[in-house]
Design a protein around this ligand. Structure first.
Ligand SMILES: Cc1cc2nc3c(=O)[nH]c(=O)nc-3n(C[C@H](O)[C@H](O)[C@H](O)COP(=O)(O)OP(=O)(O)OC[C@H]3O[C@@H](n4cnc5c(N)ncnc54)[C@H](O)[C@@H]3O)c2cc1C
Length: 462
């Protein structure tokens, strides 16, 4: 069976990691990476590249890993991706590059994500940086938001020679990479900050604590500050709630707030000034990556955690790897279950939640079978905290303060897929602000397409 099975990756033991915030996956070392790289068949027509939204030349970088040329492999990846150490950790590779790998037909797909992570981590340890622009164009472009879409767009424009400034509302750059995805999946100082430094090393300027739409508007940036084009990568950070009775009780959080306190404000650290509730028994509502992150964070803060999701195991939208990790760590899954009411004590603090069992009915517009309530199946779960993880939508601040910017009924900015062009000339957009909550790599793909679109727009203006 040699060659059919991937080289396993080392992980922290489930019992140990359930009590700490250190990274779960330990990645490949040189020997493991070179052995796994040998499994790549170097296909003439590589399907994996088609499965990658930023079209990394995967066979080329894996060939370089085979020969021990990490610097070459890093530069190959950097031509297409500004955030390889991030993507190697959080991309849903199983449904993208690895999902298309020929090896996957009769065995395990090549572990492309773990190899990408190995290259990026080793390059960082060796101090290797991406290659910048040879000539400057003397044109200013503003990028709003420093998440994956903004960082990618900014990095690509800087490589083309544009003078790029990122404006970020928060005091730290990185978007969801710093405030959403927890430290145990994506280390902030060791990984995210270093990749942001790499983007800055291309000449990109970064201004934090600037809220576009409040501190300054897009129209002012273009009319008074000399920016000839703007990219909006402001994400989708506005949480949704269920509107069920009791949702206003103390101890009910949005996953965004709970995770931001823990990740960005380091509330899990006893020395942090930001408070966080350390629940004894916590119910997380939802089944996506965000729900898994909130559940695993609550577990590490000492809680018994139940994930309540209205569809079944097959329909869980979170990555399979994350669901597996959550189960290993002891998270309890109450599937085909939906909350109907949250209960509180006389002081307003959560004491429990009433749920109802569901069964799957006919497929809805999305093709997924709709969950329907089973009459009379209500039951209670005692808990002292409820974390709502039901999705997010874009904050309307930018669209409501920008003249002529079209949005759709979901409050997302309308932009062309191929180049990010919005209804306003010179203004481009991409990532979650356009699609609604999606993935890191799709946001990066949109940032890339918009950088190309901005270059074409500014070149045609000459
Ligand atoms: C908890 C969590 C876990 C996730 N896990 C995964 C995963 O495992 N894999 C995966 O692929 N995806 C995951 N995702 C989704 C992924 O992180 C997002 O799809 C991606 O970050 C979107 O990138 P973006 O650049 O569009 O926006 P964001 O990352 O949201 O960045 C937007 C940035 O814009 C800033 N901003 C907003 N408004 C303004 C303004 N008015 N002025 C200035 N700046 C502004 C914000 O502060 C933020 O920094 C997860 C999301 C969450 C919340």
């Amino acid at each position: 069976m040699d060659g059919f099975v991937r080289v396993p990756v080392r992980e922290q033991d489930a019992k140990v990691r359930a009590t700490n915030f250190e990274e779960v996956c330990l990645g490949y070392n040189k020997e493991e990476a070179e052995k796994e790289a040998l499994r790549c068949l170097n296909c003439k027509n590589p399907q994996c590249v088609q499965g990658c939204p930023v079209s990394i030349d995967i066979p080329a970088f894996i060939s370089q890993v085979k020969t021990g040329d990490v610097e070459g492999a890093y530069q190959t990846i950097s031509k297409s991706s500004a955030l390889p150490a991030v993507c190697g950790r959080v991309c849903p590779q199983e449904s993208q590059c690895e999902g298309k790998c020929i090896r996957g037909i009769k065995g395990d797909a090549v572990s492309i994500g773990k190899l990408e992570r190995y290259v990026a981590d080793t390059a960082r340890e060796l101090g290797i940086k991406p290659e910048g622009a040879k000539e400057k164009k003397g044109k200013k472009v503003a990028v709003i938001g420093s998440g994956p879409s903004g960082l990618t767009c900014a990095g690509d424009l800087a490589k083309m020679g544009y003078d790029v400034t990122i404006f970020e509302a928060l005091h730290e750059a990185g978007g969801v990479l710093v405030y959403g995805i927890p430290e145990f999946r994506l280390p902030k100082t060791a990984v995210v900050k270093k990749e942001i430094e790499n983007v800055k090393s291309l000449g990109v300027k970064l201004e934090t604590d600037v809220v576009i739409g409040k501190s300054v508007t897009i129209d002012e940036l273009m009319e008074k500050e000399g920016f000839e084009a703007v990219f909006i990568g402001s994400g989708a950070g506005l949480p949704r709630f269920m509107n069920i009775p009791g949702e206003q009780a103390m101890g009910v959080f949005s996953a965004n707030e709970f995770l931001t306190r823990s990740n960005l404000m380091k509330a899990f650290d006893e020395n942090s000034r930001t408070p966080i509730m350390r629940p004894k028994k916590c119910v997380v509502v939802g089944g996506g990556n965000v729900a898994m992150d909130a559940a695993r964070t609550a577990l590490r803060l000492g809680a018994e955690v139940h994930v309540v999701y209205r569809r079944g195991e097959e329909e869980l939208p979170a990555r399979k790897e994350e669901v597996g990790h959550a189960k290993e760590e002891g998270i309890i899954f109450d599937l085909l279950t939906n909350p109907v009411e949250i209960h509180a004590d006389e002081n307003g603090w959560v004491t429990g939640i009433t749920c109802i069992r569901m069964e799957l009915g006919e497929p809805d517009e999305s093709g997924r079978r709709s969950p329907v309530e089973v009459p009379g199946s209500e039951f209670d779960i005692e808990c002292d905290a409820v974390i709502m993880s039901l999705g997010t939508s874009p904050n309307p601040l930018i669209s409501s303060t920008t003249e002529g910017l079209e949005i759709n009924r979901r409050k997302c900015i309308v932009a062309q897929e191929e180049n990010g062009q919005t209804s306003k000339p010179g203004v481009f957009a991409g990532g979650d602000a356009v699609t609604g909550a999606a993935t890191v790599i799709l946001a990066m793909g949109a940032g890339k397409a918009a950088a190309k679109g901005i270059d074409e727009y500014l070149s045609s203006k000459q």
